[in-house]
Design a protein around this ligand. Structure first.
Ligand code: HEC
Length: 159
């Protein structure tokens, strides 16, 4: 079949449109995928125009502190000072105002009282009391924010 010049141009422009469409679609699906995996990592909204929330930043500190507590306690050391700033858990603003459900304060108090117990504990109860703190992270997260649960569970010390 011999195509006239006009037909050749038409076929060619169809091809270009087709290629552009393909490129655009695959671009989109990549974006959707990365948004979904972001969502799995934590429970804050994938795109937060106001930056990280006060509560999210506090949680990251709590995560780091727990990691260093874990190392200290595994070596049999008592932590020195109670991290007073964690008392802000009750008032810190979350990413989404609906994140803090009614039960939030009870879970938060449970976490704080377990932390206080840990900082007062005798040497032979450090591991047990530390794991109780991590259990209180897990209980709140099971209801409020399941995303980081896997990372939080890794903080436990095998007894
Ligand atoms: C009283 C409930 C509660 C307790 C207790 C709690 N969390 Fe959270 N955590 C949350 C909520 C709600 C968010 C979501 C914050 C937001 O999106 O603003 C969160 C977010 C996080 C995040 C993600 C932060 C980010 O980068 O967005 C990590 C990590 C985390 N928590 C770890 C911990 C650890 C470790 C503990 C215990 C030491 C803990 N949490 C205890 C409710 C809790």
């Amino acid at each position: 079949m011999v195509l006239s010049l006009k037909n050749k141009i038409t076929v060619f422009s169809f091809l270009i449109v087709f290629i552009l469409l393909l490129a655009n679609c695959s671009g989109n699906s990549d974006k959707v995928q990365s948004e979904q995996s972001d969502k799995k990592e934590d429970c804050s909204k994938p795109l937060n125009p106001n930056g990280d929330s006060e509560l999210a930043l506090l949680m990251r500190k709590m995560m780091h502190t727990s990691e260093s507590l874990k190392e200290m306690i595994k070596q049999g050391n008592l932590p020195k000072e109670f991290p007073e700033e964690f008392l802000k858990i009750h008032t810190a603003q979350p990413t989404d105002s609906e994140t803090k459900k009614e039960s939030f304060d009870a879970f938060a108090s449970n976490y704080i009282s377990n932390m206080k117990l840990l900082f007062e504990s005798p040497k032979d109860e450090l591991t047990k009391n530390y794991n109780a703190v991590i259990t209180s992270c897990v209980s709140c997260h099971s209801e409020h924010c399941p995303g980081p649960l896997k990372a939080i569970n890794k903080l436990k010390i095998n007894e």
